[in-house]
Ligand binder design. Structure first.
Ligand SMILES: CCCCCCCCCCCCC/C=C/[C@@H](O)[C@H](COP(=O)(O)O)NC(=O)CCCCCCCCCCCCCCC
Ligand SMILES: Nc1ncnc2c1ncn2[C@@H]1O[C@H](COP(=O)(O)OP(=O)(O)O)[C@@H](O)[C@H]1O
Ligand SMILES: [Ca+2]
Length: 549
């Protein structure tokens, strides 16, 4: 492959060390010159400074002239270096966390500094995926009520440094952001929408943006067969909520600075959205967890304890666990094809995921879940008594469960992982829950089943067709895709639970769910496999000998 022409290469001063700095179309690099390395080797090893460093241009946040009194006095030997410029760039710390680092280069030559600033800025202006203008919504009451402070102290300064303009709206009530996006906001002037808050706040942005997009394109989202139009604006999430699972599962951490940097560099991560209907009428959209039984009850209880902040989930978790309820009903589902793998295949969804890139032909194949079709096309039907019915459209990894509810679920494959936890003893359920917090397989229990599906439907027992109720009287449960299995004899609560849908409670127990493949895009890149290596060998930046200024 032909090598990129070198654009600029100079000998400059960094700290007390002379360095050779080079820039081509994709990488900025600097290394100590041999002379200064010899002279300052003690200094370097003491401070831990590496002798060479490379930064991909796409991870440069900004470059600017440095003007302070120290710069004016900068000296090496008798030579003054009164001019300087600073490059801010992404550096990786630990656990997928990013921070913004600065490197300042000094020079005796003002024109040279200005040339560096100009050339780097020209390179940055070629990166067309970067947002220039954002619409930001802050929920001041999410999580520990630190949304406004997090934005002002950690995010706004970075946006300013990257020359991104932001229109900020601090919400005054629930659904303020959703309603504003739906009708009022002039979206044409923005390159993206940012929410500062938790999963509930993200859900508001999701609903506002999806609804607005359908309205603008004349699509009736209440039609069960409607082909929804993907949203053109990307969504950024600055985590300031209680669970922050959508941020955690798409970035790998819930750190506001990391998220701000993913927005600044203009990352893109497509994401599936489930539409949730009742009697063919749209109730809500979901991207993370749709849970009936355990998580529905937990969330309902936790809403009364909002004043406790994130700890409400632990308290309600213990209470719901102790109440040990189970619910009877029928789940029918359309299994996904083999092309998207299965929930236990140990294929993690990571940055550049191949499974998601193959992007199932699912959307074209959407079919209605109707009774006649249940006997054909491999549709699964499962009757039973369940402690939990969960659908995880993504891993749902979060600080409480770093692998998530379904560790091998994919962000953008057009499927959701349907997890059925049948009635079991308290002890067994606790064992199952505990496995969410360690490396053990939470699906490896006789009372847990998991299916990768494109759509599913749930009917609570009292709404089942009579024929299914009759079957249950025989004491047998039937699955179309699996073997017959016996019903446990213990009794079960007749009442309904609720569905929790990305942290919101739904008003109906009977729902139909279908996955809309890649309906939205986030400012994220999926979880990076490991510390990313720059593909370019730094040495090539300096070979052959540079024409130093
Ligand atoms: C014994 C320890 C068991 C730990 C089990 C952890 C499983 C965690 C899976 C979490 C999946 C989260 C999916 C995301 C949901 C969010 O969309 C949604 C909204 O988030 P927001 O408030 O930021 O807006 N959050 C939720 O629905 C909350 C889920 C909370 C899960 C907490 C579970 C705690 C369970 C504690 C059980 C304790 C048993 C103790 C027995 C003595
Ligand atoms: N200004 C506001 N006042 C009250 N509730 C709000 C406001 N802005 C947003 N909300 C609502 O607060 C709920 C929780 O927000 P979220 O940011 O997800 O925090 P948490 O993660 O703590 O639940 C969401 O349902 C959202 O609609
Ligand atoms: Ca998915």
């Amino acid at each position: 492959m032909e090598k990129q022409p070198r654009l600029l290469c100079s000998r400059l001063l960094r700290g007390h060390t002379q360095v050779e700095v080079a820039l081509n179309n994709s990488v900025l690099g600097w290394k100590d010159t041999d002379r200064s390395r010899k002279r300052s080797s003690g200094f370097s090893s003491l401070s831990g400074t590496a002798h060479s460093h490379v930064v991909p241009v796409c991870e440069i946040v900004a470059v600017c002239k440095t003007e302070d009194d120290n710069t004016k006095k900068k000296k090496l030997g008798s030579q003054l270096y009164p001019h300087a410029f600073t490059v801010s760039y992404v550096s990786r710390t630990r656990q997928h966390q990013w921070c913004c680092s600065d490197v300042t280069f000094h020079s005796a030559d003002l024109t040279l500094c200005e040339q560096w600033i100009q050339v780097i800025n020209e390179q940055l202006s070629l990166l067309t995926n970067r947002p220039r203008s954002l619409l930001v919504y802050i929920n001041p009451f999410g999580g520990k009520q630190r949304g406004t402070r997090i934005y002002e102290q950690k995010v706004a300064p970075l946006f300013r440094r990257a020359c991104i303009s932001a229109d900020v709206i601090v919400t005054e009530r629930a659904n303020h952001a959703r309603d504003h996006l739906k009708t009022e906001a002039s979206l044409d002037k923005f390159d993206g929408v940012v929410c500062v808050g938790g999963d509930g706040m993200f859900s508001e942005i999701l609903h506002g943006l999806v609804t607005r997009t359908q309205t603008d394109h004349g699509v009736d989202q209440n039609q069960p067969e409607a082909e929804l139009v993907p949203c053109s604006l990307r969504i950024g999430i600055i985590p300031a909520g209680s669970t922050d699972c959508i941020c955690f599962a798409t970035v790998g951490t819930n750190d506001p600075v990391t998220s701000a940097l993913h927005i600044i560099v203009g990352d893109t991560q497509p994401m599936d959205v489930c539409s949730v209907l009742h009697d063919d009428v749209l109730l809500r959209y979901s991207v993370s967890l749709l849970g009936y039984g355990f998580y529905g009850d937990l969330l309902t209880d936790s809403e009364r304890k909002r004043w406790l902040g994130p700890a409400r989930y632990d308290l309600s978790g213990v209470k719901t666990f102790l109440s040990h309820k189970c619910y009877e009903g029928t789940v029918s589902f359309l299994p996904a094809g083999d092309d998207v793998g299965n929930p236990r295949d140990e294929l993690l969804c990571r940055s550049g995921c191949h499974v998601c890139q193959r992007k199932a032909s699912s959307n074209g194949k959407r079919r209605e879940l109707s009774a006649e079709k249940e006997t054909v096309c491999g549709l699964g039907v499962i009757r039973g008594k369940f402690i939990a019915i969960n659908a995880a459209s993504m891993s749902c990894a979060c600080p409480r469960s770093p692998q998530g509810l379904s560790p091998y679920a994919h962000l953008a494959d057009g499927t959701t992982d349907l997890i059925l936890v049948r009635k079991c003893s308290r002890w067994d359920f606790l064992r199952h829950l505990l496995r969410h917090t360690n490396q053990d397989d939470q699906f490896d229990h006789s009372f847990v089943e998991v299916y990768r599906v494109r759509m599913f439907r749930f009917l609570p027992r009292d709404q089942e067709p009579v024929s299914l109720e009759d079957q249950s009287e025989t004491g047998l449960e039937k699955t179309a895709s699996g073997p017959m299995c016996s019903v446990q004899t213990t009794s079960c609560s007749k009442a309904h639970s609720s569905w929790c849908c990305d942290g919101e409670i739904l008003p109906h127990a009977a729902i139909q769910v279908s996955v809309q493949c890649q309906l939205i895009r986030l400012f994220a890149r999926g979880i990076e496999e490991q510390q990313q290596c720059v593909s370019e060998d730094p040495c090539t930046l300096w070979a052959p000998e540079p024409n130093t200024h």
